[in-house]
Design a binder for this molecule. Structure first.
Ligand SMILES: Nc1nc2c(c(=O)[nH]1)N=C([C@H](O)[C@H](O)COP(=O)(O)OP(=O)(O)OP(=O)(O)O)CN2
Ligand SMILES: [Zn+2]
Length: 148
């Protein structure tokens, strides 16, 4: 463990912490693949082939080394701002399939929503900082994406 001297006191450094924040997105969508016929889409996706909506709960987890002077590795407000830009502005109160260009040719499953959120956040967060994106489609179902 490294130490940092400041005003005669030693503070621990090199400690990694995980910070998570949750936001809720209200969005409409339908599951439909352009690679399949109408009949195949109906068979595969059932009722979810019809337009419907979710209140998706999105949990983002970032990680970093605690700065011994500030006591944090990222201010929660910084993460909040990034989530507003990368998640809330493009997705909240939107029809995913019609309003978000990414989903024009990508099926708007929760898996792909998690990938979209991961890739959007990667563009604004420091390299290696984003650890996990967890998206709840409902109280019962959720997806975890950790890149790759
Ligand atoms: N692997 C996935 N499977 C399904 C997804 C998905 O994103 N990934 N999505 C759907 C539909 O979008 C559908 O809206 C699921 O909602 P619902 O049927 O309401 O889900 P619940 O399990 O919460 O509700 P029940 O009432 O228990 O059915 C389908 N599959
Ligand atoms: Zn759905």
């Amino acid at each position: 463990m490294q130490t940092v001297a400041r005003e005669g006191k030693l503070s621990p450094a090199g400690r990694v912490a995980f910070l998570s924040r949750t936001e809720i997105i209200a969005a409409a969508h339908r599951l439909n693949s352009k690679s399949l016929s109408d009949a195949e889409n109906k068979k595969l996706f059932g009722k979810c082939n019809q337009s419907h909506g979710h209140n998706y709960t999105v949990m983002v987890t970032v990680r970093g080394e605690i700065n011994p002077i500030s006591g944090m590795f990222m201010n929660i407000y910084t993460l909040q701002e990034h989530m507003q830009e990368a998640i809330m502005k493009p997705l909240d109160h939107k029809n995913l399939d019609q309003d978000v260009a990414y989903f024009a040719d990508v099926v708007s499953t929760t898996e792909n929503l998690a990938v979209y959120i991961w890739e959007s956040l990667q563009k604004c967060l420091p390299a290696g900082c984003l650890y996990k994106v967890k998206v709840y489609e409902s109280d019962k179902n959720f997806i975890v994406y950790k890149g790759g």
